[in-house]
Design a protein around this ligand. Structure first.
Ligand code: AMP
Ligand code: MG
Length: 325
């Protein structure tokens, strides 16, 4: 069975081709800016500009012809309306053109399902991306959110701090580079509430520290990383203990950070658990995870008509009926 996966929830437009659960190609093009952060309308315009080339490249790489596609899976939500709409229109057009079924996929659940490719079977997902910061696990017949950010996503925090430091978008990778040169830990507010985290206070505190000019970029980036990653690893561990799960999967662009990977690995090995870290191409927003989840959903009988394919910008992880496990 050939699945085409389509991702367009935010800054990334991606197309992947899968044969059953094997990823044949995973091509993407992401919107970036030197200043100003991510503007939803511009990001959507970017997706319109690149969608045909991304599809062509993905087909070429996979060696599959468009006429061989059996299932069209797309990110139906949650995400930015402007951006989701481009992927949805693209998916509907393909469905009508090829007369093939559509499957609407929840983007957050897809980040967890792609962990299967690295061998995880029943993990806790630490989903650390631009807009999302959630601790998700399968429990009682659904994917449930055990913990999450009470304000902004971790990636948004890094990108906003990065903007104040004069770094471009996305700032996460640059912050990681500066952090390597940090020598002194500057104390920052640490806000963990049960299995939830909050970054608002830390953001304000850090803004004042940047404006004061008293601290080096390196020390601030290092302290920022140590603080927020410790918060994420703490809530992941609490969720693992609560749910009695022995596996952790990382997901989201922020999980590309080698310090976060290291801290997650240490926590897991200390409690006799396994840490699964997908390749970076499957951590960031990608179409392969949408294709894989769509394939699993389709096998369990899930498909939607074009009429039912409206985007779901605010869909919650636990809104989804799970019948494929
Ligand atoms: P996503 O929304 O999952 O595609 O992730 C995008 C976010 O990941 C952005 O906020 C980036 O700044 C962040 N990011 C990407 N690479 C890294 C990295 N190496 N360290 C920290 N954050 C990163
Ligand atoms: Mg994501």
């Amino acid at each position: 069975m050939i699945t085409i996966g389509i991702e367009s929830t935010a800054h990334t437009f991606g197309v992947a081709i899968l044969r059953d659960d094997k990823v044949l190609s995973n091509v993407k093009d992401s919107y970036t800016t030197k200043s100003g952060g991510m503007i939803p309308g511009r990001s959507a315009d970017h997706h319109v500009d690149v969608c045909d080339v991304v599809l062509k490249n993905s087909l070429e790489k996979s060696g599959v012809k468009l006429s061989e596609v059996d299932i069209i899976a797309f990110s139906q939500g949650p995400g930015i309306g402007h951006c989701l709409r481009i992927g949805a229109v693209f998916a509907r057009s393909l469905s009508i053109l090829l007369k093939k079924p559509l499957v609407g996929v929840n983007h957050c659940i897809a980040h967890l399902e792609i962990g299967r490719l690295s061998g995880a079977t029943d993990p806790i997902l630490l989903y650390a991306s631009g807009a999302n910061t959630q601790i998700i696990a399968y429990d009682g017949g659904k994917y449930r959110i055990f913990g999450e950010t009470l304000d902004i996503g971790i990636g948004n925090l890094l990108d906003t701090v990065g903007r104040a430091l004069g770094l471009g978008f996305p700032a996460g990778p640059t912050i990681e580079k500066f952090a390597k040169g940090g020598k002194k830990y500057v104390p920052l507010p640490y806000a963990v509430k049960g299995m939830d985290v909050s970054f608002g206070g830390l953001h304000t505190n850090l803004k004042h520290k940047i404006q004061s000019g008293k601290f080096s970029k390196e020390d601030l980036c290092y302290s920022l990383q140590e603080t927020v990653f410790a918060m994420l690893v703490e809530v992941s561990e609490r969720a693992m203990a609560h749910c009695e799960k022995k596996e952790l999967v990382l997901g989201g662009g922020v999980a590309c950070n080698s310090r976060l990977k290291e801290m997650a690995n240490i926590m897991c090995s200390e409690r006799g658990a396994k840490c699964f870290i997908p390749q970076n191409q499957f951590l960031v927003d990608n179409a392969a995870m949408i294709g894989l989840t769509g394939y699993l959903m389709f096998k369990a009988g899930n498909k939607i008509t074009v009429e039912d394919s409206a985007i779901r910008p605010y869909e919650r992880t636990d809104d989804v009926e799970v019948n494929w496990r």
